[in-house]
Ligand binder design. Sequence first.
Ligand code: HEM
Length: 459
Amino acid sequence: MNLQLAMGASHLLGPLPPEKTPSILKAIRHGQDNPMAIIPRAAYRDPVWSSSSFFGNALLVSDPAGVKQVLLDKVANYPKADMEREILSAAFGEGLLSSDGEKWRSHRRIMAPSFDIRSLVSYVPAMAAIAEARANAWHTAGSAEINISDEMTGLTLEVISRTMFSADASDLTAIVGDALKDGQDQFDFSILDMMPVIGRWHIGRMIKRVHETFSVLDDAMYPLIAARAKMAGDAPRDLLDRLIAARDSETGIGMTDREVRDEVVIIFLAGHETTAVAMTFVWYLLSQHPDVEAKLHAELESVLGGRAPAHADLAKLPYARMVIEEAMRLYPPAPGLSARQVAADDEICGRKVKKGRMVLIFPWVLHRHEALWDDPLRFDPERFGPERSAGRPRFAYLPFGGGPRICIGAQLAMMEATIILATLAQKFRLRLVPAQDIELQARITLRPKDGIRMRLEPR
Ligand code: HEM
């Protein structure tokens, strides 16, 4: 049980990290479910932090210039760590999140048009319709109690099925949703992983479990790919068509079914769970901050006046965007970026780093860092307004990572989150069911372990 975070909901903005580095035994006990809970206080004050006792003598970098060096300026010297890629590959094979080098570059190029502005605009009506349908279902439910995490997960999975893979993939939504949920549960990273012998053993078992769980998806994925390949037409309709039609510009060779499967699986997972977690915390935070909620309602009323949002409206909803940004500051859906590994000896923020050393960047720590944010634990969307954002280093805020490996779906996710928020908040308030313990759990995403129970209040 995670003691730091298994606190009443009113304390969810915490935890205040421990003052001292916990002993390794305490760390193992506390960090099983959420390694973020055992990061010592010093890490939230200092530009870099290292400990030989846990995180395997890795260097945690939380200085924006140091982060920029790793993710952008000297990115070739800081590839994703071998161990990290091995673990991710058990689920996603050589999909975009885990691949590297020429394969990564080529696949990213192929997928890019599905995330360009023209494609994004074309997704808006589907996103708004899916959110609207959920509002209608909520109306039927009256003032029922819901688990907002499950609601948001269902909603975002539907959006990704419809926008990336068109309607035929929606039949898969249930199978995919279950397999991805079970699969993510297997990523039980723990402090144990950093220990010399036990660590390798624990990771080996985890890789086997992850691989077995994600294999279930193959029975659904390969028939989907085969059926679509037969229908291949001239202009790609969606991401799946694009993956199937892609040809290497030099060799003319297309992707194998396995390569297409790997990209489809990573888009299904990365494309819905993260946005669902972000939205879950948005609703939680709104329920705790009536002043913010009132301001949001006023903006929605004046811009939309009850109608569904269209693409042109999104730029007129800056406060909605600030609420989402601030929720992701406090609860970054991806609390830690993939570990990077030093390729050749270097120096970060004046610290020598030797070849092979792990370098960690944790948005969770960066976003709560005392040198970067005033009153970091306070929920305060106005800090993302133009005045207070001016001068903030770009690499101080990284919900979507940064540099060439930045999230390919960042704009899609922001757009989707704004549409979901604008549609549902015009019709409902969500009230926290009192006296529940909300425990955070870090898998690939940071999420409330058993979700968050809320009561619908039609407006
Ligand atoms: C709020 C929602 C989202 C958050 C917070 C998020 C966060 C992230 C982060 C932090 C990374 C970088 C990981 C690293 O550098 O180690 C990443 C990468 C990635 N994300 Fe997202 N993501 C979100 C939504 C999406 C969506 C909607 C999609 C696709 C439809 C997506 C697909 C991907 C992929 C494929 C990568 C790997 C990119 C590469 O390495 O080239 N994500 N995401």
